[in-house]
Design a protein around this ligand. Structure first.
Ligand code: GLN
Length: 543
């Protein structure tokens, strides 16, 4: 049976529980264990799909079409294990399912309550499909003490009681703040947070103490004494120079060894060369490039989390540092062409990422035009590909080219689709229906034209990539666009939905309807990002 590791957070939010879970999983994996990571989100949304990227960061999409928390992206990037719908649950989803059962009469007249109905659902979720695993790591969103997370903490308390201490390990992530005026690190917030957890019936086994200064041995001993854990179980977690050095750093502090000690297990030291190689590539680049990302949610880096990481991976593949210049597309709507040029000329590559709604789209179209005319490497992702097609149509003389996403248009180069084929058969959606869960989302195959640039990049004729969009490039404009040099080099297997466009007469111009950034890994950079950065390196030599 799989052993369970539960990860809670205390004192403040944003302590990097997700990275911690991903790093611990990577370390256990490096010791030869089979792992999977799950995330419990206590909020009442059914999934984060309808939440603003400003509020919640990016929505991470899995192969099976789940719209999940961005932490699942960390999990995949660090372990290479593909996440699925069963790896992310919210209170909203649990309540929705329970209420649906109640309405059907499934509870046979019983009173439906948080304990046992909600807690049972949480326990089932934690344990589902875990037979072939050595470890399941479950991260509980939020901070211990939040009203919302109480049913989760209670369910895990019950699980420990049922499965036993030798099958369950509680890792609590806390903060040990440095108070400049006193010149000291303070352990009291950690003590309070552990007291809060023990008050809910859970004695943590390992404490991961985030700190910006080294934790003195005396403080370590003090935390151990007051929090009732071994001194070795108090793991100092200093701020890391970059996220990919976290596994090596936590290993050096003894995290994985301590977790195994808790379970009464030991293995030879893990082989971490994969991680040290990544850190080396990241920290010792042999050149640098600057990529301009012309988007809408540029004020919040988490809104483009996977994109940011995939660009970093592309840099690692080429041993260069990638500087990302986040540019608000709306700026371009106020500027004239010469000012746009002044802003974009220093860029070695221009990327227009995914997005929703009309705001900023004319600025994105202006940046596509700049990239096309000036022969600067261009990468359009999802909405970015749609903008590349609208720009291409306008260049081909279709002045009113637009998307129906932005309102009525007589030239719908991009339009809503209400029917498409998926592996589960024909999918249908009503135009103007619910916003939640109504997109073409998840993995879909695409067929690549022989001799195309992208077929060479992928080294394949058929690919599978993850989607999340409601609109599609309209095949009726194919002839006009191809006549103007924008080739449709990837199509859905039925030949109806454009998946990739490219410009053969341009050094590097690719637009994709899917989100390749979701599948990029530090140790396996996505080929499109690796080759885009390679083109940017060539561009950097020219300018
Ligand atoms: N808004 C566009 C659509 O729904 C693009 C979505 C995206 O970029 N993820 O089709």
């Amino acid at each position: 049976m799989a052993r369970h590791i539960f990860i809670t957070g205390g004192v403040v939010s944003s302590l990097g529980k997700g990275l911690m879970a991903a790093s611990l999983a990577a370390l256990l994996q490096a010791r030869g264990f089979k792992v999977r990571i799950r995330k419990f989100d206590p909020y009442l949304n059914v999934d984060p799909g309808t939440m603003s990227p400003y509020q919640h960061g990016e929505v991470y999409v899995t192969d099976d079409g789940a719209e999940t928390d961005l932490d699942l992206g960390h999990y995949e990037r660090f372990t290479g294990v593909s996440a699925h719908q069963g790896d992310n649950i919210t209170s909203g989803r649990i309540y929705r399912d329970i209420i649906a059962k109640e309405r059907r009469g499934d509870y046979l007249g019983a009173t439906v309550q948080v304990i046992p109905h909600v807690t049972d659902a949480i326990k089932q979720f934690a344990q589902a499909d875990t037979d072939d695993l050595d470890f399941v790591l479950c991260e509980i969103g939020g901070t211990v003490g939040d009203i919302e997370s109480l049913p989760f903490i209670e369910a895990l308390r019950q699980l420990r009681n049922e499965l036993g201490r030798e099958q369950t390990c509680f890792v609590h992530v806390t903060l040990v703040p440095y108070i400049a005026a006193a010149g000291e690190l303070k352990t009291k917030p950690t003590q309070h947070s552990v007291r809060e957890l023990t008050g809910l019936g859970i004695q943590p086994d390992v404490l991961l103490c985030r700190c910006e200064r080294p934790l003195p041995e005396s403080d370590r001993a003090k935390i151990a004494l007051f929090c009732n854990v071994r001194r070795e179980a108090v793991i100092p977690a200093l701020d890391a120079p970059n996220i990919y050095s976290v596994p090596v750093q936590y290993h050096a502090e003894g995290l994985d060894a301590e977790v195994l000690h808790h379970f009464g297990m030991s293995t030879p030291a893990p082989v971490l060369t994969r991680w040290s190689d990544i850190v080396d590539r990241y920290q010792n680049p042999e050149g640098e490039v600057t990529i301009g990302v012309v988007g809408k949610y540029v004020g919040l880096p988490d809104a483009y989390k996977s994109l940011n990481e995939a660009l970093v991976h592309g840099g690692m593949a080429n041993r260069v540092k990638v500087h990302i210049n986040w540019i608000d597309a709306e700026i371009f709507e106020r500027e004239d062409d010469s000012e746009i040029a002044a802003l974009l000329e220093p860029m070695h590559g221009i990327l227009v990422p995914g997005g929703f709604g009309e705001r900023g789209t004319e600025g994105k179209i202006a940046s596509v035009r700049f990239a096309r005319e000036r022969q600067v490497p261009f990468f359009g992702i999802c909405l970015g590909m749609q903008m590349a097609c609208i720009e291409g149509a306008r260049a081909a003389g279709i002045a009113n080219a637009s998307s129906t996403e932005f309102g009525q248009t007589d030239e719908p180069v991009v339009g809503i689709i209400t029917e498409w084929m998926s592996k589960d058969g024909l999918q249908k959606r009503a135009d103007g229906g619910d916003l939640g869960g109504t997109m073409r989302v998840g993995a879909y195959p695409a067929m690549l034209s022989a001799n195309s640039h992208v077929a060479a990049i992928y080294g394949a004729n058929q690919i599978s990539e993850r989607h999340r969009h409601r609109y599609e490039v309209n095949g009726a404009y194919r002839e006009a666009l191809e006549g103007n040099g924008l080739m449709f080099s990837g199509m859905s297997p039925d030949g109806l939905l454009p998946e990739i466009v490219e410009r053969p007469d341009h050094p590097w111009f690719v637009g994709v309807q899917f989100h390749p950034e979701l599948k990029s890994k530090p140790f396996d950079p996505h080929p499109l990002f690796a080759k885009f950065i390679e083109a940017a390196v060539r561009q950097a030599r020219l300018v």
